[in-house]
Design a protein around this ligand. Structure first.
Ligand SMILES: [Zn+2]
Length: 121
């Protein structure tokens, strides 16, 4: 198994940090949009209500996913700082670098992730 070098860790940290800043601005944008929508709700007519509620649900799904990813990325950065980054939480094996590059916030190696998803499905 390849050992992840310090410069590779730095690259992954940068990827996580830039993802975090994108997620944070997405979330604050979503909150602003919602606040604006709520402020405008009294004056709008009921015809748009159904469409707007549907939109709200989509926004909430999107926002929840962004929140989950934000938490996962923050946890990954904490593991980076603690030196435990890049090891599978289930089996303890080093997670392959291509997988970390693709999913820098991942907790598990591919095999354990597969089992995990299979169990929760
Ligand atoms: Zn594993």
């Amino acid at each position: 198994m390849d050992i992840v070098t310090q410069s590779q860790l730095n690259t992954l940290r940068q990827a996580l940090e830039s993802r975090l800043s994108v997620l944070r601005s997405e979330l604050s944008g979503a909150r602003q949009a919602r606040a604006l929508a709520q402020a405008g709700q009294e004056s709008s007519d009921t015809k748009d209500l159904a469409g707007r509620l549907q939109l709200d649900e989509l926004d909430e799904l999107h926002e929840q996913r962004a929140l989950d990813e934000l938490a996962a990325s923050e946890a990954a950065l904490a593991r980076l700082a603690a030196g435990s980054y890049g090891h599978c939480v289930d089996c303890g094996a080093a997670i392959a670098l291509p997988r970390l590059r693709l999913l820098p916030a991942t907790l598990r190696c591919a095999a354990c992730q597969h089992l995990h998803e299979h169990r929760s499905a």
